[in-house]
Design a protein around this ligand. Structure first.
Ligand code: A2P
Length: 329
């Protein structure tokens, strides 16, 4: 079942409303998963240099394109300018590295991954201060970075450009200075973190929302633990209201969570490396939620941010970091 539903962006480009998220998947896992995903009908793939899997994704894409199993114009590939390269002079060389790794001439969407910037050592490792906190580069200038992002559209390296993890104020500031408006803001968005104010603002400004962690990103627990962050995370697929709606439609909780997102005009990029779950996440177009069910799901909002970047201990020192909570300091 191919994803044949698209959201038309503010530049006329069409983005498939379901994509595959690829964070926290090893090279081996991702090569198999992308192969399965393309066979299942996924055309939208979301990656980033910080996920460390662009080369593996590029190998699968090359195989599919060379074999004529898919046309480049039917793929929708998203990658991002990482926080370690969030500086104007690094925009072009960084996308060129991603393109080389993905074995592509252009990406469909290039995003500023985070509003903050981190320092790295020449060997690529993060810089830390004496207290073990990541060193932040406070000179981040969104307007100057954005001017370089705009050149990527002009020179054909990216069809669309956007941002990720930007707050309403950060998007509003960008809009004052831009020639090309961001096409999307990719943010954490699910029933427990609906960010209505930000979502409504972006929609009113004709900036599409892409929802990451739409299923609650259970895999982040491992990542947090490795960084010494101790935190219990909610299981969105175990929420009684979600389970009850799923049962009523003979669908799974994950499918209900995804359907709620796309029904509200938002793009979702669930991550899975499991064949059955990958297929399940795309099989969300044969049922509809009632207005009452949508309202029930909207009422679940608890402002619980799962991806709060607490795994970058010290990131809260950056002036553009806006996700401060009890786990980040
Ligand atoms: P797996 O890759 O083993 O399927 P998110 O997209 O919110 O980051 O969530 C991804 C997490 O949810 C991963 O741990 C993934 O595990 C799991 N997951 C993805 N799809 C489903 C599904 N349909 N049902 C249950 N868990 C899922």
């Amino acid at each position: 079942m191919a994803c044949t539903k698209f959201l038309t962006l503010n530049n006329g480009e069409k983005m498939p409303v379901i994509g595959i998220g690829t964070w926290q998947a090893s090279d081996e896992e991702i090569e198999t998963a992308i192969d399965v995903a393309l066979s299942a009908g996924y055309r939208h793939i979301d990656t980033a240099p910080v996920y460390g899997n662009e080369k593996a994704i590029g190998r699968v894409l090359k195989r599919w394109l060379d074999a004529g199993k898919v046309k480049r114009e039917d793929l929708y590939i998203v990658t991002k300018l990482p926080p370690i390269a969030n500086r104007p002079h690094e925009v072009e060389p960084t996308i060129k590295q991603s393109l080389a790794d993905l074995q592509l001439d252009y990406v469909d969407m290039y995003l500023v991954h985070t509003p903050f910037t981190l320092f790295i050592n020449p060997d690529g490792s993060f810089q830390f201060d004496d207290e073990g906190r990541v060193k932040v580069d406070k000179s981040t200038d969104h307007a100057a970075i954005w001017a370089e992002m705009e050149k990527l559209v002009e020179n054909g390296l990216a069809k669309s450009i956007g941002v990720s993890n930007f707050s309403k104020e950060q998007v509003a500031r960008l809009l004052k200075n831009c020639k090309i408006r961001p096409a999307t803001n990719q943010i954490e968005h699910h029933v427990y973190l609906q960010q209505r104010d930000l979502v409504d603002f972006c929609k009113a400004e004709n900036i599409a929302i892409t929802a990451y962690s739409p299923l609650g990103s259970k895999g982040i627990a491992k990542f947090n633990a490795a960084a010494g962050v101790e935190r219990d995370l909610p299981d969105l697929m175990d929420i009684p209201e979600v389970k009850q709606i799923a049962e009523a439609h003979k669908k799974t909780p994950a499918q209900v969570l995804l359907r709620w997102i796309i029904d509200t005009g938002v793009v979702a990029i669930p991550k899975s490396t499991n064949e059955a779950r990958l297929k399940q996440n795309l099989d969300v177009f044969d049922f509809q939620l009632s207005a009452e069910e949508v309202a029930k799901l909207c009422a679940l909002d608890k402002n619980i941010r799962i991806c709060d970047f607490s795994f970058f201990r010290g990131v809260e020192q950056h002036p553009e970091f806006t996700f401060k909570n009890q786990f980040t300091n």
